[in-house]
Design a protein around this ligand. Structure first.
Ligand SMILES: *Cc1c(COP(=O)(O)O)cnc(C)c1O
Length: 434
C-alpha cells in the first residue's frame, strides 16, 4: 500500500510515451496493489459504509466539489464517478496537458457538452466552416432551436474573427486539421485574438475556444498549450485505435470541472466502464507507435498521390504544397518535439468528376485487400471514403463547395498495413480508372 502513489509522483519525470503504458497503475481510485493491468470495474452502484458517508458524497456532488471526490473518491453511482473511466480521464488529461478530463459515450456527446454546458439563449457560437458532418448538424439543426445563434466563418484567416466578435459570442469552435479538407488553423493566433477580447469581459462572459483534436490526436498536438480553452476528441477514432468501442473526451482546466461534471451527470452521456477499459488498456498504450507508423505511411502515400497524373489536389499537412504547411509545422509536434502531420489524407481527381470518384472507390471496395471502403478513421486498417456522399452528406452541396470540398473528394485514414500493399492497391485502382 505504501507504494500506491509512487507512479503518480513519477509522472512528471517520465516521457508521455511511457506514461501512456503505465499510467496511474497505482492510484487511490482503486484499492489494489497487485494488478499489472488496471481492472475493469463493472459495478453500477457502490456499497456505502453508512448513510452519513453516502450523504457526504452526494452533498459534495450537489455542491459541485467534485475535485474533493476525485482525490479520495467516494463512489456512489456509475454516472457520477467510476474507477475505470476515471483512470482513463486522468491519463487523457495528462497527455492533453490539461487539469481535468471527462469521458463521454461518444465524440458527439463530448462535443455537444463542450459547446452547450455554459451557453444560454441569445448566445452566439462561431464555427470554422469546414467540419465533421454531425457537428455541422448539431449546430444547424439543434442549437438554433434553443435560441443559440451560429455563424460559420473562415478561420484559416484568424484575423477575420475580429469582424465577427460581438458581445453575444461565447464560443469559437474549430477542428484542426479540419474534417475532411485538412485545413489547418493557427491555434495561437485564434487564442490571442480571443484573449484580447476576454480582457474586456467579466469572467462569466468570456469566450471559450474549443478545438476538436480527433484528426491529430494528442500525439500530434496539444491545443491547450496554444492557449485553447478546451480540447475534445472522439475516442472512437485513433485514441481507441482498433475500431471496437465508441467514446469521447473533453479536457480542460479546473475552473470548468464542476459545471461539466454536473452537465454530464444530468444530461447523462457518460462513457460506460466496459468501453473505457479497452481504450485505456489497448488504445492509449499503443497510440504513439500506431501513430508513428501511420504517419510514415501517410507521407509515402501523399507523395505518391501528389505525383500521380490522374490526381488533382492532395491535402496532407506533411506536404510542402499544403496551404498552411508552415502553421502545421509550428503546431503539429509530437511528444519528442518532431513534426507530426498525422495519418489523414484528403485528395481529389484531376478532372474532379464525382462519378469517377465513385467508380474508383467501388473498384477498391471490390478488389483491394488492404484498403477498406468504410467511414470512421484512425484504425489499424486503412479506410477510404467519399465525404461528400457519406460522412458529410448532410451538408448541402453549395456549403460543401463553400467549405472547399471537391466533388471527387476522397478521404483516406492510413492504417498499420505495410505501405507497399496500400500503394499497390491504390495503383491498381488508379490504373483501371477511365
Ligand atoms: C468521428 C468524429 C467525431 C464524432 O465522434 P463519435 O465518436 O463518432 O461521436 C467528431 N469529430 C470528428 C473530427 C470526427 O472525425
Amino acid at each position: 500500500m505504501a507504494k500506491k502513489e509512487t507512479k503518480k509522483r513519477k509522472r512528471d519525470s517520465v516521457t508521455k510515451e511511457s506514461y501512456l503504458i503505465h499510467g496511474m497503475a497505482r492510484t487511490k481510485k482503486w484499492d489494489y496493489s497487485h494488478h499489472v493491468v488496471p481492472p475493469l470495474s463493472a459495478s453500477v452502484t457502490y456499497r456505502l459504509d453508512t448513510v452519513e458517508r453516502g450523504n457526504e458524497g452526494f452533498e459534495k456532488f450537489s455542491q459541485l466539489h467534485s475535485q474533493a471526490l476525485k482525490k479520495s473518491p467516494t463512489y456512489l453511482y456509475d454516472r457520477l464517478d467510476e474507477p475505470t473511466r476515471s483512470m482513463l480521464e486522468d491519463q487523457l488529461a495528462f497527455v492533453e496537458e490539461g487539469d481535468v478530463g471527462f469521458c463521454f459515450a461518444s465524440g458527439m456527446a463530448a462535443i455537444s457538452a463542450s459547446i452547450c454546458f455554459d451557453l444560454e439563449m441569445g448566445d452566439e457560437v462561431l464555427i470554422h466552416k469546414t467540419l465533421y458532418g454531425c457537428t455541422y448538424s448539431l449546430s444547424t439543426n439543434w442549437l438554433p432551436r434553443y435560441g443559440i445563434k451560429v455563424k460559420y466563418i473562415d478561420l484559416t484567416d484568424p484575423k477575420s474573427l475580429n469582424k465577427y466578435i460581438n458581445p453575444d459570442v461565447k464560443v469559437v469552435y474549430f477542428e484542426t486539421p479540419a474534417n475532411p479538407t485538412m485545413d489547418i488553423i493557427d491555434m495561437e493566433a485564434v487564442a490571442k485574438i480571443v484573449e484580447k477580447e476576454n480582457k474586456k469581459r467579466k469572467k462569466k462572459d468570456r469566450i471559450k475556444t474549443i478545438v476538436d483534436n480527433t484528426f491529430a490526436t494528442p500525439r500530434c498536438q496539444r491545443p491547450l498549450n496554444h492557449g485553447i480553452t478546451m480540447v475534445v476528441n472522439s475516442l472512437t477514432k485513433n485514441i481507441g485505435g482498433f475500431g471496437t468501442d465508441m467514446g469521447g473526451a473533453l479536457v480542460t482546466s479546473k475552473e470548468y470541472e464542476n459545471d461539466i461534471m454536473l452537465y454530464r451527470k444530468d444530461f447523462g452521456g457518460v462513457l460506460g466502464s466496459k468501453s473505457a477499459w479497452p481504450i485505456l488498456v489497448y488504445g492509449l498504450s499503443t497510440l504513439v507507435d500506431r501513430g508513428k507508423k501511420q504517419e510514415q505511411t501517410a507521407m509515402k502515400i501523399a507523395k505518391y498521390l501528389e505525383a500521380h497524373p490522374k490526381i488533382g489536389n492532395v491535402s496532407y499537412p506533411g506536404l510542402r504544397s499544403h496551404p498552411q504547411f508552415k502553421i502545421a509545422k509550428k503546431q503539429m509536434v509530437d511528444f519528442d518535439g518532431k513534426f507530426a502531420p498525422g495519418g489523414m489524407i484528403y485528395f481529389s481527381l484531376k478532372d474532379d468528376k464525382e462519378a469517377k470518384a465513385n467508380k474508383l472507390l467501388n473498384y477498391i471496395a471490390e478488389n483491394a485487400y488492404s484498403i477498406t471502403l468504410a467511414v470512421s478513421l484512425g484504425h489499424i486498417r486503412t479506410l477510404i471514403e467519399k465525404p461528400g456522399s457519406l460522412t458529410h452528406s448532410m451538408i448541402p452541396e453549395e456549403e460543401q463547395a463553400e467549405a472547399k470540398m471537391a466533388k471527387s473528394g476522397i478521404r483516406m485514414s492510413i492504417g498499420l498495413e505495410n505501405a507497399d500493399d496500400i500503394l499497390n492497391d491504390l495503383d491498381d485502382a488508379l490504373k483501371k480508372l477511365r
